[in-house]
Design a protein around this ligand. Sequence first.
Ligand code: NAG
Ligand code: NAG
Length: 435
Amino acid sequence: MFWTFDGLLLALLCLGVNGSQSLYDLQWLSCRFVDEKVHINKEDHIETEYITRAAVLQFGKVGDRSSHPTITTFLVTASKVDMRRYLEGAEDKLQCEIHRYSTGRIKTRWPTAGAQDHDVWFTSTIRHSEGLFVTKTFLRHTTVAPVAPDEEQMDFLQWETINDGDLLTMSAAMVFLSKTPSVDVGLFKEPDLDCRFAVDHALPHATVEWKLQQHGRRTDLFSYSSRTGKTEGNGVALKAIAAGNVSYKLRSTSTHSEGTYICSVMVPPLNGSHDIPLRISEQPHVSINVGSTLSMKLGEVQMLKCDAERYYPLDVDIKWYRETPDGSPTPPLKVRHSSHERHRDGTHSVSAFFYLKPSMEESGYKYTCSVSHKSLLSPIYKSFTLRVTDPDSTLWYIAKIGFIISMVVIICYMRPQYLGTKSGKKVRMKVGIEE
Ligand SMILES: *[C@@H]1O[C@H](CO)[C@@H](O)[C@H](O)[C@H]1NC(C)=O
Ligand SMILES: *[C@@H]1O[C@H](CO)[C@@H](O)[C@H](O)[C@H]1NC(C)=O
């Protein structure tokens, strides 16, 4: 029985080592704190000054000392949401930024023990540098100086000053996560736009919204309110909402699906949102109108065409170039492009062509068409090798061989007449020279 337990422990340990790296036990994470100094200027306009400085997000319990005493420390103490659960990948790939958060005109008290009427909020956004995920955590400052705030004034005008070396104790109230911080997808696909949240208390009053922003215009896609139970639009599985999953499923994508999808979850006084940009990309199909070797006769002309078909978006770089047999480059080719053709599905096609009238020296040259496009990590290449034959030279050889044969025939025919003469030798010598 004991060994079974040990084996299990070992297996768990191994899983922890081999599986995707867990950041569950992360002690601290270095961050950027983007502080804001807000005031109302002489023209009665709100002016914000941003000051960025080093900070650290430290995980621990109330009363812990800062692990980095010289910089601002945001000490996150245990609550029902552990933001570390949502982190993935290597620690050095995480980019963390802390901001102040204004609840605006919403004066709702956060429904957790210890919350106050005038809580001070911060957000911490942690992004994976290679786009694995993005999380945004709402942090409630739990040790605010007991200064009665001015009810009439906006919260951001009363923010207390934070200095380097200060330690602020926080509690995570709401975490917001997306594993699709940005989406690149082909046509006729049904991608899931991931958006999830977790709150530190049960049965929160949440309003969920999805909007699509395109060229400065916003369209409502979906909305749901847990208070009224009312739903508008579709794309979100209602059953999943209670578990904090508000992912949006797109119907078959078209080029009109491009834009920024905004997922927002409001649990008053907080309003969390993720902007998920979605781009359509389709790779070009590339072909040339000849096989891998092209044989041509000197003097012949051939049109060579390279097609890049059904790609999206529009910008493509299509070009022809050639190399000598030893691989050295040659002067550029005069290439022409057809005009872009737009298909009904929104994709495009284009071709690059040129007329080839090769010289003998160009035999053995390699001609390549290269196509670069946003959807491709590296260009697509299509090549052929040119072989040139000289029909005139063949004729010339035929003519020469014919001449020799006829001379031989003539000599043989004339021989008997010359055999007896004294000048025979001379004639033969003459023939010999002619040859
Ligand atoms: C969230 O819900 C969607 C739609 O029901 C589902 O496809 C997806 O797998 C869910 N995600 C998680 C992490 O449960
Ligand atoms: C919450 O944020 C979203 C996205 O920015 C916005 O559309 C919505 O109006 C906000 N809601 C409130 C109540 O401020």
